[in-house]
Ligand binder design. Structure first.
Ligand code: ZN
Length: 631
């Protein structure tokens, strides 16, 4: 996920005989899935888009008399959202049309009796949750995370199923990473089904080949708001940079879904064979920077979290939280990789990268909770993020923010421990080969440590104990020295709006704190107020930039809704305050060794034996230069 800005394996001949047998078995299974009544069959009726009502029919094959159907309580976000709240009604009948008893077991589970000959279950569910984490049907389109609308047969979750859409409004087409022509899809199991988002409507489509894979680009937006050719050009670079960095492409086809709404937008959601990204049209129109950052992050997730996966997220428990200590790695280090991929793709230069690093350090240091909540605890507490109080700076840190910084520091620590012979790249590749490719899951932070120690042949316990499991201050300069950098502290007088606000993913922006005695307090702003508009524009991802452009003395105008639902328009004058921020700068003297280490670090690569002996390479390969001009 991203909220911030919002290979084919070669087979050895000796395996061929075994493979032939396996392919026969696979064929037999595919045939039985296609023909046998054993497959659960879903039909999704889209005839009521104006009412946002989805009619679902599930045909259960003959089997045991008693069946249980479960609707997931969470999906996409690590937050319990109880999708069952949207189920209007449910009923069941047998194959002859006789009604069967449906008994509710708990808020998200139903039991059906008398289904030994099979059953036809029907229910109606309301779907109007927009964005990459939602499920929505309206007169414009449908976009579904299917776990939010489709129940599963508890005893058949791992069995093949079929999916069919009916009553599509005229002119609508379907885009999905599920491979099947037409309106009928055959899927190996429920988990795979719900990891496959679906866009249905009038979208624009493009495709391209890169690194041996085929890529589809599905865009649902006003054509005036984006340039498909420019986007595809950037996607080529991201795919090439990421697959070459991982030396892997574990898929044949991959789909990018984009939505560019006017107004607030959500961010990105990763899937094993696709990503769904929603960005405000205002953010995409002037520059592709936000889009390439979020895209690099979500694309890298196809390894980190989808295939290099913590054991604590498996099997997925759709009935309650999966608690994991690994989100600092699965999300945060994905953000570290996002930066490296952008550098390798020539979409970010060294100056921009170091500026961003300073911003991330500032964000962590400014949150008092960095001394009380560890990266692992922040991962466990992900499930609390929907609550405004939890998001306060004195209560929590972000596993995205600290995890990204831990990824950068781990990269430098691995380089130090291996004398430049290994890097974060080798750690991730080791995890890909030793976990993902072997179908194993890793043991949260211990699994990351195992990989880092394997590629460095050293004990890295102290790094993990102090900075991952613990809350010790990270000694930035100790890590950055090896690449000739250090952190400088800057104090400046900055505009102060007198309040802080936070959002829950694509949720509304709510006031988390109001400075006592400030003009904001005098104007009547209150804790918990939801900010609807800021300077006349809908509040959303871009509001932070909007605020940053204001100077002391400027007037801020907001429209807010109180916790009791009363809307007010408030305005007050922006004040100012002293603020500390951090920047990453060159040391006074940068040695040849530090210079060589920095060049390798910014390419995301280990050093050659020559470089670590102090012979600094002075010329970068032309395709991977760090200062490639933007097009
Ligand atoms: Zn993410």
């Amino acid at each position: 996920m991203n909220i911030r800005r919002a290979g084919q394996r070669h087979l050895r001949p000796v395996l061929l005989a075994a493979l032939l047998v396996l392919s026969h078995i696979a064929l037999a299974q595919a045939t039985s899935a296609a023909q046998s009544p054993a497959a659960v069959a879903y039909t999704v009726d889209l005839s009521s888009p104006e009412q946002h009502l989805v009619q679902v029919q599930i045909i259960l094959p003959p089997g045991s008399s008693q069946r249980e159907l479960q609707l997931p309580v969470w999906n996409a976000l690590y937050q319990v959202r109880d999708f069952a709240q949207y189920v209007n009604w449910i009923r069941a009948k047998d194959r002859s049309g006789k009604s069967l008893a449906v008994r509710k077991i708990d808020k998200s589970r139903w039991q059906i009796q008398g289904a030994e000959g099979g059953a036809i279950v029907e229910y109606q569910i309301y779907a109007d949750s927009p964005g990459p984490f939602g499920a929505q049907l309206n007169s414009h389109h449908a976009f579904f995370n299917l776990a939010e609308i489709l129940m599963y047969d508890v005893d058949a979750r791992n069995s093949p199923l079929t999916l069919h859409f009916s009553e599509l409004p005229s002119g609508w087409r379907i885009a999905t990473p599920l491979s099947s022509p037409g309106l009928n899809f055959r899927v190996e199991n429920y988990d795979r089904l719900v990891d496959s988002p679906i866009e249905i409507g009038n979208f624009e489509e493009s495709d391209f080949d890169e690194a041996g894979g085929h890529f589809r680009v599905i865009v649902d937006a006003d054509p005036a708001d984006y340039d498909m050719a420019a986007m595809v050009g950037a996607l080529h670079k991201i795919v090439a940079a990421a697959t070459s960095w991982m030396n892997d492409r574990p898929f044949d086809t991959y789909t990018f879904f984009y939505h560019f709404p006017h107004g607030p937008a959500g961010g990105g959601m990763e899937h094993a064979y696709s990503t769904a990204i929603e960005l405000s049209a205002d953010a995409v129109k002037p520059s592709l920077d936000t889009l390439t950052g979020v895209t690099a992050h979500e694309f890298f997730h196809l390894w980190n979290v989808k295939r290099i996966r913590p054991q604590t997220l498996e099997p997925i428990d759709y009935t309650k939280e999966n608690y994991t200590r690994a989100l600092w790695f699965s999300e945060g280090v994905t953000s570290t990789a996002e930066g490296i991929i952008q550098l390798r793709a020539g979409l970010l230069d060294e100056t921009q990268y170091l500026y961003r690093l300073g911003e991330e350090i500032t964000e962590l240091e400014r949150r008092p909770a960095h001394l009380t909540q560890s990266a692992e605890e922040s991962s466990l507490d992900a499930w609390l993020e929907g609550n405004a109080y939890y998001r306060r700076p004195e209560r929590s840190i972000s596993y995205y923010n600290k995890g990204e910084l831990l990824g950068v520091m781990l990269d430098l620590a691995v380089r130090n421990a291996s004398h430049g012979q290994a890097s974060l790249r080798e750690v991730l590749q080791w995890m890909n080969v030793n976990y993902a490719k072997k179908g194993r899951f890793f043991q949260d932070s211990e699994g990351v440590r195992e990989a880092a120690e394997a590629v460095t042949h050293t004990d890295l316990n102290s790094f993990f104990a102090k900075y991952v499991a613990g809350t010790e201050e990270i000694p930035w300069d100790d890590f950055l020295r090896s690449v000739g950098l250090h952190v400088v502290t800057m104090t400046s007088s900055v505009p102060d709006a007198g309040f802080s606000a936070s959002r829950n993913f694509d949720g509304p922006m709510s006031v988390a704190a109001v400075t006592p005695g400030s003009p904001a307090e005098h104007a009547g702003l209150q804790l918990g107020d939801v900010i609807i508009e800021l300077q006349g524009k809908p509040a959303g991802q871009e509001s932070r930039q909007e605020l940053a452009q204001l100077n002391g003395g400027d007037t801020l105008a907001v429209k807010v809704r109180s916790r009791r639902g009363v809307e007010r328009e408030l305005q007050w004058k922006i004040g100012s305050r002293q603020e500390i921020s951090y920047g990453v700068r060159d040391l006074d003297t940068v040695t040849a060794e530090q210079h060589a280490r920095r060049i390798a670090w910014l390419k995301g690569e280990a050093q050659s034996a020559g470089a670590i002996s102090g012979v600094a390479p002075t010329v970068l390969p032309p395709t991977e230069g760090l200062r490639v001009n933007r097009e």
